[in-house]
Design a protein around this ligand. Sequence first.
Ligand code: APR
Length: 239
Amino acid sequence: MAEILIAPSDQVFVLTGAGISAESGLPTFRAEDGLWAGHRVEDVCTPDAWRRNPAEVWAFYSTRRAAGAKAQPNPAHLALADLEAQLGDRFFLCTQNVDDLHERAGSVRLVHMHGELARSRCERECGRLPVEDRALYKSLDEVGRCACGGRLRPHIVFFGEIPLEMERIQDEIARATLMLVVGTSGSVYPAASFVHWARQHGARAVYIGPEPPLNASAFTQVVEGKAGAVMPGLFEVAS
Ligand code: APR
């Protein structure tokens, strides 16, 4: 039975995290066997790691590219694409995930605040746009250079860097009346603050995932379960 009723006046903002892709076979970060269990963040996901050892950074993201390319969208990604098809411009999706499973499920109105696995950009921030790049690099010699001479780096927001599209995200949160948050532990900022920003102007907020996130007390409702199992049929859009 549908648990979340979406009224004709509702404007929906969705935030997703690694948990929504877990049932597609992509590991989350903070689980015992998660991505950060096998790697030190400081070695693969900081500006300093990139300066010290770009080969190791590329090895990590090449492995993640390979896993991302093999994964398929699951029923949770499809449920959000279906919701967007019903709501049109009353729907906005912000994902912390760098995989492209939302796009492949059919989502269109979305931003990747932490970047995208399938893109690279110049390390020098010379102004050229990120380019599509699905290569799996085995050594640094294979990594291309920008026209300005800078080395291509993953189009990923490293720890300590500012997330992408923050202005648009803030505007969308400001007009949201319903925030849905799926599969994120609530431990990385600013994403973990989004629920507070939405609640400050009276929006209701629902968390969907198998365990309560760190910021659970900020939500008006928690739907406990794996996203792919509970999301199909969860929403009823009133006309
Ligand atoms: N369905 C829904 N949620 C799930 C599922 C599932 N099947 N399986 C696990 N989860 C939940 C976990 O309960 C956990 O709360 O997904 C969450 C994953 O949390 P994290 O591993 O911390 O991932 P996330 O919150 O997306 O991390 C945020 O941290 O490392 C950085 O930049 C990286 O975007 C990432 C950010």
